[in-house]
Design a protein around this ligand. Structure first.
Ligand SMILES: [Zn+2]
Length: 436
């Protein structure tokens, strides 16, 4: 598929509002099905509940069993029109960028994977194993109607040898580019603290104020510094990225050593990406308490979004939070997503093959395993022991990356070209005889 067709296809997909909730991804699934039909490729739609649909298409391999899955999701997070400079669902092109909610997360990748899939289907030689294109719904809200539903509806997916999906990309840090292939992700572990007290008149403080209890407990929770930890994946990543970094005349000594140095610890903590891949993070996101300036509230609460290192357990984490929070508040755990599997290994032939594919389109850049700070549908596959990597071969700066889930999300036309070439190179590898 050429660049223009891919760009128009992406713009059409971005114009389908699949904000989740409520989702309405069936429209996106039908749109993809219609495109595949025009290309002479069959597909099947699996509807979990009305309006929420997944689409699966397949290129038959020479051997049966152990399919390779190109996984994507068609839902997007909400966008507030008034915060955007372009309508988030109009897919306008401006200054070489396509603007739209889902441009990065992850409709562009869905289209590039679809384009590479179609190109592979047109080739004379079939792949060694079936290649499955799967676009699911409901990823942004946990995947119950999407991947979780599909694993039951199509049990063969549980037999996959490999899953490629979202999470990593090529990262441009002040002109120096490296590739991040996400092989694991942090664990979602959100909670609420709640306090109650005696109501009363604001003019007569009595020391039993629900808001004051919440503020004190929140302060203790937030001021705790979770230990910085070097996991094998983060060591491999940071040792690669910071290889030539120095503070003054102190060369980066490797992650393990750096965590023993005050200067390097400061350096790592100040970078919000490094900080969040090295420790558990706890973020206060919602505060609720009080309605009138002269009334002491009797109920109050605060919500925290916390993300744990893959090696952390919920039990250990909450034992510590409980201690920090103290006895004046109760803790309610929410949004705990199970499963929470360990990392996919990165010394695999899949990693090697993708690395070679990246080098074929981007030249010799460091290709490193990465920890995603957010959660994705890949956890369902990793939980089954299936190697699952997050990677979309486009080069993003931190500024572009941060637009994801934020305002003015966009992707450049140059990125789409890279994405098409890169996905094609990766799928050529996944179709080859090197796959088990
Ligand atoms: Zn996503």
């Amino acid at each position: 598929m050429n660049l223009n067709s891919a760009v128009e296809l992406l713009r059409d997909l971005l114009r389908i509002d699949t904000t989740n909730p409520p989702g309405n991804e069936e429209k996106a699934a039908l749109f993809i099905q219609d495109f595949l039909r025009r290309e002479g490729v069959s597909s099947e739609i699996y509807q979990a509940v009305p309006g929420r649909a997944n689409i699966l298409s397949r290129i038959k391999g020479r051997l049966s069993g152990k399919p390779v899955i190109l996984l994507g999701h068609t839902d997007v997070v909400p966008a507030k029109r008034e915060e955007w400079s372009h309508d988030p669902f109009a897919a306008e092109v401006s200054d070489g960028f396509i603007y739209g909610r889902g441009a990065i997360d992850m409709k562009a990748q869905v289209i590039c994977q679809l384009a590479a899939f179609i190109d592979c289907a047109r080739q004379g030689t079939p792949p060694k194993r079936d290649i499955i294109f799967l676009a699911t719904c409901d990823e942004e809200v946990g995947g119950n109607h999407g991947v979780e539903f599909m694993l039951e509806a199509v049990p063969e997916l549980k037999d996959a040898s490999f899953v490629l999906s979202e999470g990593g990309s090529m990262f441009d840090e002040n002109g120096s580019v490296h590739a991040q292939i996400s092989v694991t992700e942090k664990k979602l572990s959100q909670f609420i603290i709640k306090a109650s007290g005696k109501g009363g008149h604001g003019s007569m403080p009595h020391g039993d104020n629900a808001n004051e209890k919440i503020v004190a407990a929140a302060q203790r929770i937030l001021s705790y510094k979770w230990p910085l930890k070097a996991m094998p994946v983060t060591s491999a990543y940071l040792d690669g990225v910071l290889e030539n970094q120095s503070i003054g005349n102190m060369k980066f000594p490797g992650l393990k050593e750096a965590l023993r140095s005050k200067e390097w610890k400061n350096y790592l903590e100040r970078n919000e990406i490094y900080n969040s891949i090295l420790r558990n993070t706890v973020t206060l996101t919602i505060l609720k308490g009080g309605e009138k300036v002269n009334v002491i509230p009797s109920e109050s609460c605060a919500y925290f979004d916390s993300r744990l290192l893959p090696s952390e357990t919920h039990e250990r984490f909450f034992a510590k939070v409980k201690k920090l929070a103290g006895d004046d508040v109760v803790i309610e755990r929410i949004g705990e997503k199970i499963p929470t599997p360990g990392p996919s290994r990165h010394n695999t032939l899949y990693f090697q093959g993708i690395k070679e594919a990246i080098e074929s389109v981007k030249g010799n850049i460091p290709v490193l395993p990465f920890v995603m700070t957010g959660a994705t549908d890949m956890r369902y596959f990793r939980d089954l022991g299936i190697p699952s990597y997050g990677f979309f071969p486009v080069t993003l700066t931190k500024g572009e990356h941060m637009r994801m889930h934020s305002k003015d999300e966009r992707i450049s036309l140059a990125n789409i070209r890279e994405g098409l070439d890169g996905c094609r190179a990766i799928i050529n590898f996944l179709a080859s005889d090197r796959i088990p």
